[in-house]
Design a binder for this molecule. Structure first.
Ligand SMILES: [Zn+2]
Length: 200
């Protein structure tokens, strides 16, 4: 397998994966001395030695166990898994916000239940996303979309405080992403966000 050469070991579960399935951690000069390197694929925000971890809570919570992190970074660092999970989640939220704005710039974003449903029915929507803490009407749209085998996503954002502010609307109950590439990146970021949420 030619791919195995580029595989990296997750310092949480010690299994190997392709770098695309992992998050790179790097040593930085200021406390807590470790930062997630979460730039788009194929580029790197930080050079130098890295440690790799699966973006899942089961792996992230164990990063400092057994000294794997310190060994990989060749630095005497220990970080709290919970802190790291939250730090990565924050970056993923930023990326999700950036993708929503990118979709809007490309005029590939529908905002609101009616217009999203209309575009869905016309087969133009690559992904339907609704905020968490959904209203009944948002849930109905989601149900409809699922029933018609559409791609759906729950966002870790609130309708007004998060999404409303971001998109300058009083309340955003649903959005439709019309661009397939943005849709798949958004879905991946949000799925990782949920995978990092502490399972308790
Ligand atoms: Zn792992």
């Amino acid at each position: 397998m030619p791919e195995s050469k580029s595989e990296r070991m997750c310092i949480g579960c010690l299994n190997k994966s392709h770098p695309n399935a992992l998050i790179r951690l790097v040593f930085v000069d200021s406390p807590p001395y470790v930062a997630p390197d979460l730039v788009p694929r194929g580029t790197r925000e930080f050079g130098g030695r890295g440690a790799w971890v699966h973006p899942r809570w089961q792996c992230v919570r164990k990063v400092s166990e057994k000294g794997q992190l310190a060994r990989s970074l060749r630095q005497d660092v220990r970080i709290d898994g919970k802190w790291l999970a939250q730090a990565i989640q924050k970056r993923l939220e930023k990326r999700a916000e950036g993708l929503l704005l990118a979709a809007r710039r490309k005029k590939a974003l529908t905002i609101g239940i009616e217009v999203t449903q209309l575009n869905l029915q016309e087969g133009r929507v690559a992904l339907v996303a609704i905020p968490s803490g959904v209203t009944q009407r948002s849930a109905k749209l989601l149900e409809w979309a699922l029933h018609h085998n559409q791609n759906v996503l729950i966002l870790p954002f609130t309708p007004s405080t998060d999404l409303g502010k971001l998109l300058s609307h009083p309340e955003v109950k649903a959005v439709g992403i019309l661009d397939a590439q943005i849709a798949s990146e958004l879905k991946e970021s949000v799925q990782r966000w949920f995978d990092l949420a502490e399972a308790e």
